[in-house]
Design a protein around this ligand. Structure first.
Ligand code: SF4
Length: 440
């Protein structure tokens, strides 16, 4: 039996993957393994397969590890594992020592423990958390749900992650409480927040209420909140939370298109005006919410007039930050088959449309930043920069730079926004207690 002392996890893709890797990391450290980037005994690739490019990058990583660490035990898990096991067989699988599909990912630490008899090898009584970009910024990524039932025509995720499975609220609360000694913010991540609780009979709004009530975590936030989750119940809950300094006022709502024709072809099953109405409602409750979205340009049959609708929607709506994706056909999705009979958009047009949205987002961001000037918000201080400036995130998740000689790492303090420098907010720490900015 080989003696295993160290591990490394390389994570591709979404925040759910990040959350899963963090949990696995913690479990492996508890089993006595040390985190080691170079030549670890065990190398886990937690992969993505959302695009062909993502799959190609995973393959590159497999080859990199084989070439550079020939003695390392190489494990593949995540969506590429499912893709190669279930949809598209690939010879790369032969290069791996262990392939764990998404359905068994949560047992990966147990599988390794058994295989290498880790409990006996490296017994230890205390451990410290591995440091990564989330733990070093005092943020705990916590998975609340996996899988999706929506089958949007462009998306391969439901085929790779399966139907929705939610974690119980009590389990999520427990997971947060266990990390309260170091975590200031719990980022609740899901593949589709709408599906939370569909399989357990629990409610998304109850999850928020219970986390706020039963934990003393300083802040909670979400990776994304999906358009279908913005129902009347959610909007009414936000009415009570609009002035909260524990609920992060940041909403990343993947819209994808502002044209109902395109939304219909994507099988999103909402209308642009419904989302517009809901987010405007939230915005009226708190005009300092930071709204972000994902948009796909150049989907099948997207004419200039459809794109104009998206542009106009984004211009008029409170959305400020857009992640713009140029549509590319993904095999094994419904869009792959639709593309055989529907009109495709050429690459030049996609590029032009994407650039127009990038410009609009930049303009809206600056206008939003201007609105924050002179206001005071609680900010979580992340890390101290060498040039004497601190990075912090406001209660609406907007990053701010605070020039100071003092070390406020890990603290939540009131910051007054003083201006915008090189496209970034600059602020100063106030001694006075936080006062929510007036929303009138
Ligand atoms: S909601 Fe649509 S885009 Fe999101 S994971 Fe489910 S199928 Fe994919």
């Amino acid at each position: 039996m080989s003696l295993m002392k160290s591990f490394y996890i390389y994570t591709f893709g979404c925040r759910v993957n990040q959350a899963e890797s963090e949990r696995l990391s913690e479990e492996l450290v508890k089993l006595g393994l040390a985190l080691q980037e170079k030549r670890p005994d065990i190398f886990v690739i937690n992969s993505c397969a959302v695009t062909h490019k993502a799959v190609a990058e995973v393959k590159k990583m497999v080859n990199f590890v084989k070439r550079n660490y020939p003695d390392t035990y190489l494990v593949l898990t995540g969506c590429s594992a499912n893709y190669w096991l279930k949809l598209q067989k690939d010879p790369v699988l032969k290069k791996l020592d262990l392939v764990v599909p998404n359905s068994d990912k949560e047992y990966l630490a147990k599988i390794l423990k058994k295989r290498f008899n880790l409990a006996k090898q490296n017994r230890q009584t205390s451990y410290s958390l591995p440091v990564d970009k989330y733990t070093s910024s005092f943020r705990l990524l916590i998975k609340i749900q996996d899988g999706c039932h929506r089958f949007c025509t462009f998306c391969i995720v439901p085929y790779l992650r399966g139907l929705p499975q939610s974690r119980r609220i009590s389990e999520i609360v427990k997971g947060i409480k266990e990390n309260e000694s170091w975590a200031k913010e719990a980022i609740l991540t899901a593949i589709n927040t709408e599906a939370f609780g569909k399989d357990t009979g629990e409610k998304f709004t109850d999850l928020i209420k219970q986390v706020l009530k039963k934990t003393s975590i300083k802040r909670i936030s979400f990776g994304s909140i999906h358009p279908w989750s913005l129902n009347k119940e959610f909007v009414s809950l936000y009415q009570d939370l609009k002035d909260s300094d524990r609920f992060v006022h940041y909403f990343h709502i993947p819209l994808q298109s502002g044209s109902n024709k395109i939304l219909n072809l994507m099988k999103r099953e909402y209308k642009a005006e419904e989302v517009f109405e809901r987010i405007n409602h939230l915005y009226k409750l708190n005009p300092y919410i930071f709204f972000g979205t994902d948009v796909i340009v150049g989907f099948l049959e997207e004419e200039d007039s459809d794109f104009e609708k998206t542009y106009e929607f984004l211009e008029k709506s409170p959305f400020v930050k857009f992640h713009v994706f140029r549509f590319s056909i993904r095999s094994h999705t419904a869009a792959y088959y639709l593309a055989k009979r529907l009109k495709k958009v050429d690459e030049k047009t996609k590029k032009r449309r994407a650039e127009a949205l990038h410009k609009l987002s930049k303009r809206k961001m600056l206008a939003f930043f201007e609105k924050l000037k002179g206001k005071v918000f609680p900010a979580l201080f992340l890390s101290k920069k060498e040039d004497g400036a601190h990075h912090a995130t406001l209660i609406n998740q907007v990053p701010v730079i605070v020039p100071t000689e003092e070390d406020f790492t890990g603290r939540i303090l009131d910051v007054k926004i003083e201006g915008v420098k090189k496209g970034r907010l600059v602020g100063k720490v106030l001694n006075s207690k936080f006062q929510a900015p007036s929303t009138k």
